[in-house]
Design a protein around this ligand. Structure first.
Ligand code: SF4
Ligand code: SF4
Length: 486
């Protein structure tokens, strides 16, 4: 462990890094990041997790639960399916509450354990690091080989040979094919796997809009994974931008232990100059942690916006420490306070507030989900109609009836007016059945004796029985001429 004065000096010197982006040169041009392939226990864990997540991502729109996809996010028709639960437009409040709960979950997780979503769970990172970059290592060789080749090609007069050109063609063809598959997958989440299958199998001229959409998304994904890469996390992603507002000194995140690591120095040089220098820290300034970083940053400067918490630098440094016979964890998951003040308390007022809000939201959403009726009937007066005077001294109103069946079995429902007394219903057509996970629409006439009207508008109450069991009570209004028939 080193003295605080040395640490402070290093801190001040290194604040300069905040003035520039690693991936942008001084003249504003892009600096390409050649990230070395990580290896180690965290990378193995990420690889395993990525297989599970990739399998889930690719299968979720196609796997059926009770006839429904595992996930469908049809924003065009406002129809959502989450883990087999169907949400119709009238469940929109639940979708909003679920989205809010997800947002608070991410905020709570970020405040507690940093940007773990980015490095371990985000589809952008998983596709880029676990698919595209791995393919690139196989075709183009290691990061060092790629760097040497590109530097040689940048020299004046240098020309790419046929092998290099061939590799580029193969690599970008594979990249585009993968992007095309991801675009199809993306569309399957929005329009559903059946609709996607129709677009894919029917002649292109019958689905020009779908074809254009798939082409645009394919080009977009290809651009992101082949060229834009880490810029998506560093510059474009809104979550990355709000991260600085969510984390604080107690947030557990990938952190360099500068008390243990500084003063850093080359191992052999330190040994030679040992008599004239303060006791060296554990960091041997080998830059292994920098070369594996997919965003190209040096985590030894401190917590940075560009860090996606992928833990590649932890693996790289652990490997160096192991070879030097020193304890692992010079870069580790810990908090700034734990490094500087030795405090291990991570529970802050903010975490308590987010945690409480999260529990409240989870309770509300769970209760609403559990209490959601299996069948939901919506009765609305037919727009543009007033009332009809019948010969038997009755007044009638038209209503539209929408019935939503949220179950996997066909349901029969029956409507009955319980207030005012003597009111009856005539269904227009036999439409009291609703198929599984479907919406049925019909119309009905409600007859009310003129003597039962309480004015030009009379409140009426309707009960819904689904398969003989009381399922819902509906209050609506009935219009008429008042008590006196013309
Ligand atoms: S600093 Fe480490 S954890 Fe952060 S992005 Fe770079 S390699 Fe990943
Ligand atoms: S890998 Fe470890 S020892 Fe090497 S420069 Fe990074 S922090 Fe220092």
């Amino acid at each position: 462990m080193t003295d605080v004065t040395a640490v402070t000096a290093v801190d001040e010197e290194h604040q300069l890094f905040r003035d520039a982006l690693t991936s942008v040169q001084a003249d504003g041009r892009r600096r390409w990041i050649y990230a070395r392939k990580p290896s180690g226990r965290y990378y193995r864990a990420r690889t395993l997790l990525s297989w599970v997540l990739l399998a889930f991502l690719f299968l979720a729109p196609f796997v059926r639960v009770g006839g429904q996809p595992l996930i469908l996010l049809n924003v065009l028709e406002r129809r959502f399916v989450l883990l087999g639960l169907v949400f119709w437009p009238q469940d929109f409040y639940l979708v909003v509450l679920l989205a809010l709960t997800l947002l608070i979950t991410i905020m709570l997780a970020t405040t507690t354990i940093g940007r773990v979503w980015c490095g371990w769970l985000c589809p952008q990172t998983i596709f880029l690091e676990m698919l595209f970059r791995k393919i690139e290592y196989i075709i183009d060789g290691s990061a060092e080989q790629q760097l040497r080749r590109d530097r040689a090609l940048a020299l004046p007069g240098a020309r790419a040979g046929s092998v290099v050109i061939g590799k580029r063609v193969v690599k970008h063809t594979i990249f585009f094919a993968l992007s095309f598959a991801i675009a199809n997958l993306f569309l399957a989440y929005i329009i559903g796997s059946d609709a996607l299958l129709k677009i894919v199998t029917a002649p292109p001229r019958e689905h020009l809009v779908g074809l254009v959409a798939i082409t645009i998304f394919s080009l977009l994904f290809y651009g992101v994974f082949a060229r834009f890469r880490e810029q998506a996390c560093v510059l474009a992603c809104p979550y990355g931008r709000v991260m600085s507002a969510l984390i604080d000194r107690r947030t557990i995140t990938v952190t360099y232990d500068r008390r243990r690591g500084e003063p850093r120095g080359k191992l052999l040089k330190d040994l030679a100059d040992n008599a004239n220098r303060p006791a060296p820290g554990d960091c041997v300034d080998c830059h292994q942690c920098v070369t594996v970083c997919p965003t190209g940053i040096d985590i030894r400067h401190g917590v940075q916006l560009e860090c996606v918490n992928c833990t590649a630098c932890m693996d790289a440094c652990d490997d160096v420490m192991q070879r030097l016979d020193r304890p692992r964890g010079l870069i580790r998951l810990t908090s700034e306070d734990a490094i500087t003040a030795g405090t291990t308390r991570w529970m802050t007022g903010r975490i308590k507030a987010y945690g409480t809000l999260w529990l409240v939201l989870i309770s509300i959403v769970s209760t609403l989900l559990l209490e959601r009726p299996d069948i939901d009937v919506l009765v609305l007066r037919q727009p543009g109609t007033l009332f009809t005077t019948m010969t038997e001294g009755e007044v009638a109103n038209f209503y539209s009836v929408q019935a939503f069946n949220r179950t996997a079995t066909a349901r029969t429902f029956h409507l009955e007016v319980v207030e005012p007394r003597g009111a009856t219903i005539t269904l227009l057509g036999k439409q009291d059945q609703v198929a599984p996970y479907s919406l049925s629409e019909s119309r009905m006439l409600v007859h009310v004796p003129a003597s039962a009207l309480s004015g030009t508008t009379t409140p009426i109450k309707i009960v819904v029985r689904a398969d003989g069991v009381l399922a819902q009570k509906i209050s609506t209004s009935f219009v008429g001429p008042g008590r006196d028939l013309p």
